[in-house]
Design a protein around this ligand. Structure first.
Ligand SMILES: C[S@@+](CC[C@H](N)C(=O)[O-])C[C@H]1O[C@@H](n2cnc3c(N)ncnc32)[C@H](O)[C@@H]1O
Length: 260
C-alpha cells in the first residue's frame, strides 16, 4: 500500500483535534467531574468534530450512495442508528416514511437532529419524530420506546456499525427483535478491507482513530456480520462508485430484506 494512502487519515485526525480540542478543554474546565466519565468527554469532543464540518462534509461525500440505499427502500417506521445530526432524514420520501426514529446516544447532537428533522417535516408533537438517547446495542430500551418487538419497517445505519459495542450481537438483536418480518436493514458503512495490506493499516490506526472519533473502528467487516444474522429473503451488497481499493475507509452499501 502506498504510504500516502496509508497515512491519509492523519489530515482528518489533525482537523478533528483542531476543531474539538480547545472546546473540550473548556468543557473540562467548567465541569471537571466529567474527567471521571471518559465516555462523556469523548462524546463532547465528537459533537464538536461533527459540528465543525465533518457531519456536513461526510454527508456530501456519501450523497450518491445514500440516494441509492436509503431513498428507494426506507418506508414506514425508520430507525436510524447513530443518527449524528440526522442527515438521513433528508433522504427519506415523506410519502413513504411515517415516522423517523433517530437513535443517538450523544445528547449533544440532539438539537441538530430536531432542527434538521423539523425542516424536513418530521416533528415530536405530531409523533413523526422520536429521538432516542440509548445505544444501538440496547435492544430492550429500543423495543420499549417503540411499544414492543417487530415495530420497525426499516433499520438504517450510515457509518455507525463501526462504533457500537458488541456489534454482532447488536446487529442480530436489531434484525430479530426490532425489525418487522418483511422489513429491511439498509446500510452504508466503512468496513475492513479484504486486501491484507489495507487491513493491516486499518488495524494499525484503529486504537488512535477510535480515541478521536468516539469509538469508531476501521477494522470491522460489518457487511459480513449483517449477512451472518441470516433470515434474509433477499440481499444485495455493493461498493462505492469509483472508490480505489487502497482506501482506509473502504465502503460497502447493502440492503437485506427480512423473511416475511
Ligand atoms: C460517524 S457518525 C455517523 C452519524 C450519521 N449516521 C451520519 O452518517 O451522519 C457515528 C455516530 O454513531 C453514534 N454512536 C456512537 N456509539 C453508538 C452506539 N453505541 N449506538 C448508536 N450510535 C452510536 C455517534 O454518536 C455518531 O453520531
Amino acid at each position: 500500500m502506498h504510504l500516502s494512502a496509508a497515512t491519509e487519515l492523519l489530515v482528518d485526525l489533525w482537523l478533528a483535534i483542531c476543531a474539538a480540542f480547545v472546546p473540550t478543554l473548556h468543557f473540562l474546565w467548567r465541569s471537571p467531574r466529567a474527567l471521571l466519565d471518559p465516555t462523556e468527554v469523548s462524546r463532547y469532543f465528537m459533537s464538536h468534530v461533527w459540528a465543525a464540518g465533518f457531519g456536513n462534509g461526510i454527508d456530501q461525500n456519501a450523497r450518491e450512495e445514500k440516494i441509492k440505499v436509503i431513498t428507494p427502500y426506507a418506508r414506514g417506521v425508520v430507525l436510524d442508528l447513530g443518527a449524528g445530526h440526522g442527515h438521513t432524514v433528508n433522504y427519506l420520501d415523506h410519502d413513504k416514511v411515517t415516522k423517523y426514529v433517530a437513535l443517538e446516544p450523544n445528547v449533544h447532537m440532539h438539537q441538530k437532529i430536531r432542527d434538521i428533522s423539523n425542516a424536513a417535516g418530521y416533528d415530536e408533537p405530531s409523533g413523526t419524530l422520536l429521538i432516542l438517547a440509548c445505544g444501538a446495542e440496547d435492544i430492550h430500551a429500543i423495543t420499549r420506546a417503540l411499544g414492543g418487538r417487530h415495530t420497525v419497517d426499516t433499520v438504517v445505519s450510515v457509518l455507525t456499525l463501526c462504533s457500537i459495542p458488541k456489534p454482532q450481537a447488536a446487529i442480530a438483536a436489531l434484525a430479530q427483535e426490532a425489525l418487522k418480518p418483511g422489513g429491511e436493514f439498509v446500510f452504508y458503512e466503512h468496513v475492513l478491507s479484504p486486501r491484507s495490506d489495507v487491513a493491516w493499516w486499518q488495524r494499525f490506526w484503529t486504537p488512535l482513530w477510535k480515541l478521536a472519533f468516539d469509538g469508531c473502528r476501521l477494522d470491522r467487516p460489518t457487511y459480513l456480520w449483517v449477512d451472518e444474522v441470516g433470515g434474509w429473503s433477499d440481499k444485495e451488497v455493493w461498493g462505492k462508485a469509483d472508490e480505489p481499493e487502497e482506501h482506509l475507509f473502504w465502503h460497502r452499501s447493502g440492503r437485506f430484506v427480512k423473511t416475511a
